[in-house]
Design a protein around this ligand. Structure first.
Ligand SMILES: Cc1cc2nc3c(=O)[nH]c(=O)nc-3n(C[C@H](O)[C@H](O)[C@H](O)COP(=O)(O)OP(=O)(O)OC[C@H]3O[C@@H](n4cnc5c(N)ncnc54)[C@H](O)[C@@H]3O)c2cc1C
Length: 499
């Protein structure tokens, strides 16, 4: 890995011109930046603290914020939409720089589907812009609210990770404002080290202010979907492998309360894009009105549905809810394949706004591990067994297939991931953390990895146990060189890399 960072206005090619604006920092710009004291929390609500949040609207203002932080000798925590479950975009010290107001779609090439976006553009904005033009983002998360910079900084994956890789694989270039205020453009041909380190670099190397990203041509606003019920985890893995060659998307839901022969039982959804001509009226299905999620569920305004879930979000209600979903899945399998709008398939979790509130005041954490295909079955069965032995069972389990990628700190492996949502009861918090430590050891012993966007419980030092040592060393060398004063910091960084 070569070392030097080219500074100033860098261009991979003529068409990257104008990305760097070359304007210096000034106190005048800082005065214009919106700011407030706020409680800033992780998405799962299990961690948070009060802090000063600054919301710049331009590169100039980003630089002004960084200059002010340098003068004050304070750290800056970068934050996008705040959709990371744990402490990846929270900080108990210094400032929070929220990129959300830099949210313009700067360009969209209707010939190629390449979009140029300010860092604060959300996935929701991107798909809404792209779909009426016949494109869909190549990679989306289970929620549409992350910003493109936050998604790139975590190198998010979708239900198609096995097929198209992570979001980093779709990114062509980005602008990064370094700790000293310099702006560099990174791509596979310019500052490629920084390109591969900052994607997945969880906001530790600089502020992404602009991202150029490819989207996917689609010939319909709908996907062809079918469901397969899985008797247990082994069955689900077999189904994934059977479907992998022909599917564009694969996702498994797991009833974590199943035991014995039903350990890891669940439901797999398989989806593929429609070929040209399969949809008789693609213009209509690509319209936003066709995509919007319903505004009510069973007649109730969906903004209130979490209130109905709250009384059952416990160890009595959740086994029943999971059982009824599993039973419904066995019926769904018998249905003919059906068509579903992209947004409905991709953003199922957004159907019930604020569903996390159903978990109560302690919130929730997600424990998502990534395990090579060779050890996945035994490992995930062991995780589920351990949950039952301990009496701490996840209320939601989601299963996906992945493939490796070239980003330095990537979580992805040639294997599977299992995301487990646990309710946090304030009085039993330590017990849950101890449980997650046990699960962590099982995953590490199987050669598995973890994902910073979903973490709150990994003990200090764990990241060095699952990431390749040469990558970590190179990342730390880059961080030391570009950010010698440790300007960019989060609670997660301090927990995993500094303690
Ligand atoms: C319901 C739900 C479902 C999800 N499903 C998935 C999924 O299917 N797949 C998946 O991969 N993830 C998933 N996620 C996680 C989510 O996609 C990631 O946490 C994503 O990074 C959130 O983006 P954000 O804009 O909210 O960023 P934040 O959570 O605010 O920040 C994420 C990271 O980006 C850094 N950052 C923020 N802005 C910048 C910037 N301008 N420059 C550099 N660094 C920056 C932060 O410091 C932090 O480290 C899900 C989250 C939720 C809540």
């Amino acid at each position: 890995m070569s070392g030097s960072i080219k500074k100033g206005r860098l261009r991979a090619s003529a068409d990257l011109s104008g990305w760097a604006d070359g304007v210096g920092q000034s106190r005048k710009s800082l005065r214009r930046v919106a700011r407030s004291y706020e409680y800033v929390e992780g998405w799962g609500r299990a961690v948070g603290s009060r802090g000063r949040v600054l919301r710049p609207t331009s590169v100039k203002e980003v630089r002004a914020v960084l200059a002010a932080a340098r003068r004050a000798g304070e750290p800056v925590c970068l934050r996008g939409g705040g959709n990371s479950y744990g402490d990846a975009s929270t900080n108990t010290r210094g400032h929070v720089l929220d990129i959300g107001r830099m949210n313009q779609v700067l360009d969209f090439d209707a010939e190629t589907g390449v979009a140029e976006l300010e860092g604060g553009v959300t996935i929701a904005q991107l798909w809404r812009h792209a779909l009426p033009r016949g494109y869909w983002p190549k990679v989306v998360s289970g929620t549409m609210f992350p910003t493109i910079a936050g998604a790139a900084a975590m190198n998010i994956h979708g239900k198609n990770n096995f097929k198209v890789g992570t979001i980093g694989d779709a990114i062509e270039a980005f602008d990064l404002v370094l700790a000293n205020g310099e702006l560099v453009t990174c791509s596979r041909s310019q500052n490629d080290d920084l390109f591969h380190a900052a994607i997945g670099g969880f906001g530790m190397l600089g502020v992404m202010t602009r991202v150029r990203i490819r989207t996917q041509r689609v010939h319909s606003g709908e996907l062809q979907v079918h469901a397969r019920s899985s008797r247990n985890l082994r069955h689900m893995l077999e189904q994934f492998e059977e479907e992998r060659a022909n599917a564009d998307y694969l996702v498994g839901w797991i009833d974590c309360f199943g035991r014995g022969l039903g350990l890891g039982r669940g439901l797999v959804h398989v989806a593929r894009y429609l070929e040209p001509g399969e949809d008789e009226d693609p213009e209509a299905t690509c319209r936003l009105a066709h995509q919007e999620l319903p505004s009510s569920i069973l007649g109730f305004p969906k903004s209130q549905v979490w209130r109905f879930l709250r009384p059952i979000c416990n160890d009595l209600g959740m086994p029943l809810l999971n059982l009824s979903k599993y039973t419904a899945g066995r019926l769904e399998e018998k249905k003919a394949p059906f068509r579903q709008p992209h947004a409905a398939f991709a953003f199922l979790l957004d159907y019930v706004p604020d569903w996390k509130l159903a978990y109560g005041p302690g919130g929730l954490i997600q424990f998502q591990s990534f395990v090579p295909k060779e050890t996945a079955l035994a490992t995930y069965e062991a995780l589920l067994e351990r949950c039952h032995q301990r009496g701490i069972v996840p209320y939601l389990g989601v299963f996906k297939r992945h493939r490796p990628d070239p980003f330095w700190l990537t979580h992805a492996v040639d294997g599977y991931s299992f995301a487990m949502d646990f309710k946090v009861r304030p009085e039993r918090r330590q017990e849950l953390w101890d449980h997650c430590r046990d699960l962590t050891e099982i995953v590490l012993a199987a050669g598995g990895r973890f994902y910073f966007a979903k973490d709150l419980t990994l003990p200090p030092g764990t990241a060095r146990r699952f990431l390749p040592p040469d990558r970590v060393a190179a990342f730390e060398e880059l961080k030391g060189r570009l950010d010698p004063d440790g300007r960019f910091e989060t609670q997660l960084y301090r927990r995993l890399f500094r303690s």
